[in-house]
Design a protein around this ligand. Structure first.
Ligand code: AVJ
Length: 321
């Protein structure tokens, strides 16, 4: 099938990665931003994670979307534009589209992974009345591009699903939601997916699975740094570790140096001596109590319209006030 898809793709930028690695690996404790987990292999590993029996976020959210999609469209009767931030493979959007009445609609897909965008375009190509615009961009840049193309009087729904919000610390999440609200017009809405606090044992199995897929996803960051920045990480010299930090209400992923070792990262001008047990903190996944999500949205200028939750995951629909 041939149809036109608009692509707004910035070229891959290794210099931003080099700059971020130089900064974050020099912090105490050492860190790497989680957005760099999603190169081609990383995105494929994340998709595998979504199919693991121990990682339930994706399935729970799909089920909630399937159950409530028609409610959502009924509430947003004049909807003409959809923007998904971090669209991944487009499966969730397709679930929503299955419940929608026919009619023209513009769908903006925003993702940093070109492979994810390509998969999302394939998944959405079966809906002939959608105009697709793919933005290879960060959330902020992609949203800014998408709203520039909005027509007067059109109503927009922004989707931020999969508990991607959990990668931000609480002040960061607040600032991010404020930014989303500022890009929206009154009457637009936001559908937010957020993973909820659950027993520690379940959380740890989701982030340190018995098949080792999450470990591979985490260590691939070192493989990427070796390839793109000329680093010499010995991938076997680091172990995957997931911990539940209950005070901060977050899962943390770390890469732990299993022995004393030196690592050079030429493109970031780094030469690091790792002590045994020293870690690189690669991701936080905050988990929420159900009431925290409406509070967070309210503070950012949204009015909660509805919230659905199932077995530890919440989907919240909010309007821009
Ligand atoms: C895509 C950020 C929602 O935090 O659960 C999965 C990424 N990390 N397993 C999450 C992830 C480890 C995921 N998010």
């Amino acid at each position: 099938m041939s149809r036109s898809v608009a692509l707004r793709t910035a070229p891959a930028d290794h210099s931003q990665f080099a700059e971020d690695v130089a900064y974050y690996l020099s912090l105490t404790p050492r860190q790497l931003p989680s957005q760099y987990l999603y190169d081609e292999l990383g995105s494929a590993l994340f998709e595998a994670i979504c199919r693991l029996p121990w990682y339930r976020i994706t399935r729970l959210e799909q089920e909630l979307l399937r159950l409530h999609a028609s409610d959502i469209f009924r509430r947003l009767a004049t909807l003409s534009t959809l923007v998904e931030l971090g669209s991944g493979n487009g499966e969730k959007l397709a679930t929503l589209m299955d419940a929608r009445a026919a009619g023209p609609m513009t769908v903006h897909l925003v993702d940093i992974s070109p492979n994810a965008l390509a998969a999302a375009i394939r998944a959405l190509n079966v809906y002939p009345d959608l105009a697709l615009v793919a933005h290879r961009a960060t959330y902020d840049a992609g949203l800014a591009e998408a709203v520039l193309e909005r027509r007067a009087g059109s109503q927009t729904l922004v989707l931020f699903l999969g508990s991607n919000i959990g990668n931000f610390d609480p002040p960061g999440a607040g600032a991010f939601l404020h930014g989303v609200r500022a890009a929206m017009a009154r009457g637009d809405s936001l559908l937010l997916g957020a993973d909820l606090v659950k027993p520690e044992r379940e959380l740890l199995l989701a982030y340190d699975d018995p098949l080792g897929v999450t470990a591979a996803f985490n260590k691939n960051l070192l493989v990427r740094a070796n390839r793109e920045l000329g680093a010499d990480f010995d991938v076997e010299g680091f172990a995957h570790r997931a911990i539940w930090n209950s005070d901060a209400s977050r899962i943390e992923m770390h890469l732990v140096s299993v022995r004393p070792q030196n690592v050079r990262v030429p493109a970031a001008r780094l030469d690091i001596a790792f002590q045994p047990g020293e870690t690189i903190w690669t991701e936080s996944s905050y988990k929420y109590r159900p009431g925290e999500v409406p509070t967070m949205l309210d503070r950012a200028g949204f009015a909660v319209l509805d919230q659905w939750d199932a077995a530890g995951f919440a989907l919240t629909l909010a309007g821009a006030r």
